[in-house]
Design a protein around this ligand. Structure first.
Ligand code: AMP
Length: 285
């Protein structure tokens, strides 16, 4: 696996891989890798793509300084996992490489409604920060394919919008990949390693409630079901930011379901100081 720290060097190297014209894959991450991240690299490799992964803890997308300061870093292990998964290139930039001091002010990405719901108001500026780094990374790597996890469901919709805003639909195909879970249902996340033993035992309750909603969802008023599941999370010790149903593409909140509209249930809750997010598509079978 080739490792680059400078964007110009990486771009030049990738431009020389002419055998892989149109067959390049990209997996952006913030490191502290787990099987969920590795599954994205494997998908890219299985599609026969020359695969670049980036590890960069992006300060611009953290709206909570403590969360940024405590973000886990396990670079040696990450390199081992990526090499084992067959990743071709790792981009490992310093912050100053992505955000040089003389940079013009950050652009504003018109994300519209998408930024006003769910994670949007809870994490002001977060999706702007995500777009800012992903645009820079896409411009450096120029991939033909990019892989993102549906674990961050709203982020997937935002990246889709970013690709439209940049006019990249023809040259870049997005692959939105399934969420990898621990055997007890907890969605894999780098933040899980910050849970203490008791919190780790409690954490799968989010997926249990999402699954319960999926099982019991019926046309009509969905609020009693959703409220009772939110209440169960509170009883387990969570402090929920939200638990709710949304249109699976627009993310518009849905309280009365017509029995047909594609739905996703989105959840975010604190367990101690750790904020967990998860989601489940409701009517996909
Ligand atoms: P992160 O390092 O958290 O920024 O995540 C990097 C990429 O991995 C994003 O596209 C995430 O959605 C994806 N990802 C994170 N956790 C999982 C998971 N449990 N299953 C699948 N993909 C994931």
């Amino acid at each position: 696996m080739f490792i680059f720290k400078k964007k110009e060097e990486l771009s030049r190297f990738l431009e020389r891989q002419t055998d892989f014209l149109g067959k390049t894959g990209f997996v952006p991450t913030m490191g502290a890798l787990h099987e969920g991240h590795v599954s994205l690299v494997r998908e890219s490799k299985q599609a026969g793509l020359f695969t670049t992964c980036s590890i960069f803890v992006n300060p611009a997308q953290f709206n909570n300084a403590d969360d940024f300061a405590k973000y886990p870093i396990t670079i040696e292990k990450d390199i081992e996992m990526l090499a084992k998964a067959g990743c071709d290139v790792l981009f490992l930039p310093e912050t100053s490489e992505i955000y040089p001091e003389n940079e013009p002010p950050a652009p504003h990405y018109p994300l519209g409604f998408l930024e006003t719901v769910w994670e949007g108001p809870k994490r002001p500026g977060h999706f702007q920060g995500v777009c800012r780094v992903v645009e820079k990374l896409f411009r450096t790597v120029s991939p033909a394919h990019a892989f993102f996890g549906l674990k961050d469901y709203q982020q997937c919709m935002v990246i889709n919008r970013l690709v439209q805003l940049m006019g990249w639909e023809q040259q870049l195909k997005l692959h939105l990949c399934p969420t990898w879970r621990e055997p007890d249902g907890l969605a894999m996340s780098s933040r899980n390693m910050r849970l203490n033993e008791q919190e780790r035992k409690t954490a799968p309750a989010i997926f249990r409630e999402l699954s319960y909603i999926k099982q019991h969802l019926a046309p009509g008023d969905t609020q009693p079901l959703v409220h009772s599941c939110t209440e169960k999370l509170v009883q387990e010790g969570f402090v929920p930011d939200y638990l709710g149903l949304a249109h699976a593409e627009t993310l518009e909140p849905v309280t009365v379901w017509d029995g047909k509209m594609p739905l996703v249930c989105l959840a975010a809750a604190f367990l101690g100081t750790v904020r967990l997010i998860d989601n489940l598509v409701m009517n996909n079978e």
